[in-house]
Every structure is written in C-alpha cells, then in structure tokens.
Write a new protein. Structure first.
Ligand SMILES: [Zn+2]
Length: 81
C-alpha cells in the first residue's frame, strides 16, 4: 500500500513540474490553471471539474471521508493487478 501511494506521489510531482496536475478525485491529468479547488478532509484539493468537486463536497457533507480514502486505496491496489 505504501509503495503505491509513493508511486502516486511521484506521478503528481512529475506532472506538477510539467505544469500539469492530477485530479484528486478521478486522477485525470489537467492543467493547473484549469483546476478547481475544493476543501476536503481539512485540505485544499485540486480537481478537474465541478462534477468531481461536488462529489468531494457530498462526501464531506456526509462525513464519509474515511470511507472515501479507504475506497481510493482499494481502487489503487486493484489497478496494480
Ligand atoms: Zn476529476
């Protein structure tokens, strides 16, 4: 799990250096200038569109941040297979 997270962070750093960043929610790469910022789990997150922003807002409103992160980690480990 830790390695996958590290890979993800490395990808984010590379994209950042190229003037691009990844959507916090769906993982699409996008220009930093087009990112939508949304407050989620105590931090400002960058997402690609208002659709993704509204998903995060809904999760936040429902207090399901923990479940969200757990699902994200699970999806990442499934991608590896
Ligand atoms: Zn997105």
């Amino acid at each position: 799990m830790g390695e996958i997270f590290q890979l993800w962070i490395d990808t984010l750093r590379k994209n950042w250096a190229a003037g691009k960043t990844q959507c916090f929610h769906c993982g699409d790469s996008m220009r930093q200038s087009r990112a939508v910022e949304v407050e989620f789990a105590g931090e400002r997150r960058k997402v690609c569109c208002h659709g993704c922003a509204s998903v995060l807002k809904t999760v936040e409103q429902m207090g399901m941040q923990k479940q969200y992160f757990a699902q994200k980690a699970q999806a990442a480990s499934q991608d590896e297979k």
